[in-house]
Design a protein around this ligand. Structure first.
Ligand SMILES: NC(=O)c1ccc[n+]([C@@H]2O[C@H](COP(=O)([O-])OP(=O)(O)OC[C@H]3O[C@@H](n4cnc5c(N)ncnc54)[C@H](OP(=O)(O)O)[C@@H]3O)[C@@H](O)[C@H]2O)c1
Length: 314
């Protein structure tokens, strides 16, 4: 008989409250350069509930049923034939995995190139929260945005999952950081390194964050459109959502093409070093046992948590 494990899964698209379930799936087997990770924590990202709604075009009906989740932390349980020389049973690791698998399960197959050793001093929930969000921030700021020391950058949603890591990575790089946030998050966003925090409910960010070299947009739509006013000539717009290319062209400003963060163990290793050194940190707003997944997803969609929401698996 095939052994089964818990997994947060969808079998159809629809209202996340209805279609996301805690089901039993066969335990996966690692082959070649894959390892089997016993997951201790997996974070929730907006893409998880957007996929459940059928609002994420790269994941169509042909991918169902699908286990949700893109990032995790846990321990090595078993290794494929080509991974054994690097990794040992019980090693704590964290990972950002490809969208062909889901992280919110007791056991997950991870490619060796998707994981790195868990930084000392972090717990599983903090490490699980780092994967997708840190790679989105890193690749947006540095690979697509070309951010350099001494430049001025505006980060939207500075208290969010991606934004709070973007603020810290931009500061580490040596940039002057403007960040938008709600008033309740002002002290938090300042504490993680933003030079200027703008209450987006009460203030007009384009009047404060001026002459920026880079805008890192996590909101899209009207916020992105207004943000072109923050860029100096030659400035660059990078968005985690749909880039408004026509707007950029009309204003003669640069804009990065649509990007989806990709697993990258070399970059994740650099993030691990920064986490271990305490240069950056992961804020975990709340931890939910996997059995409480419905409340966790409800919070993720409606409660505007500070930093990350994480499912724990014991
Ligand atoms: N392209 C990619 O690879 C990629 C990767 C990751 C995420 N994303 C996308 O990027 C977006 C952000 O992801 P996330 O994980 O950071 O989400 P999140 O954790 O939910 O954070 C969103 C943040 O945006 C803030 N916000 C809401 N309205 C705002 C406004 N008008 N101006 C400025 N900030 C505002 C929220 O603050 P309040 O608490 O004040 O509401 C919250 O802190 C999502 O749409 C996600 O799907 C794309």
């Amino acid at each position: 008989m095939t052994e089964t494990v818990r997994a947060i899964q969808i079998t159809r698209f629809g209202d996340p409250a209805e279609v996301i379930g805690n089901r039993q799936v066969p335990i996966p087997q690692p082959v070649d350069d894959e390892v089997l990770v016993r997951v201790r924590a997996a974070s929730i990202n907006p893409v998880d509930w957007k996929i459940a709604q059928g609002d994420y075009p790269p994941v169509g009906a042909d991918k169902l049923p699908l286990v949700l989740g893109r990032d995790l932390a846990g321990t090595i349980e078993a290794v494929g034939t080509r991974a054994h020389y690097m990794l040992r049973h019980g090693d704590p690791v964290f990972a950002f995995i490809g969208q062909d698998r889901g992280a919110q399960s007791d056991y997950v197959v991870v490619r060796a190139v998707e994981l790195v050793a868990m930084p000392a001093g972090l717990d599983f929930a903090e490490a699980a929260g780092a994967g997708l969000a840190s790679m989105t921030a890193w690749q947006g700021l540095f690979d697509h945005g070309g951010l350099e020391a001494g430049q001025r950058v505006l980060v939207h949603g500075g208290a969010g999952g991606v934004g709070h890591l973007a603020v810290q990575l931009a500061k580490w790089k040596g940039a002057t950081v403007f960040a938008t946030a709600s008033a309740d998050d002002r002290d938090f966003v300042r504490s993680i390194g933003a030079d200027t925090v703008i209450d987006y409910h009460a203030e007009r960010f384009e009047e404060i964050a001026t002459d920026c070299d880079l805008v890192f947009d996590t909101q899209g739509g009207a916020v992105q459109r207004r943000s072109f006013d923050c860029l100096k000539p030659g400035g660059m717009m990078v968005s985690t959502l749909e880039p408004l290319e026509d707007e950029a062209a009309a204003r003669g400003l640069r804009i990065a093409p649509r990007y989806h963060a990709m697993p990258n163990a070399a970059q994740l290793g650099q993030v691990a070093d920064l986490l271990a050194a305490g240069t950056i940190r992961v804020e975990v707003a709340n931890r939910f046992a996997i059995g409480d997944f419905a409340a966790a997803y409800d919070d993720a969609r409606h409660a505007h948590p500070r930093g990350k929401l994480v499912l724990t698996l014991d």
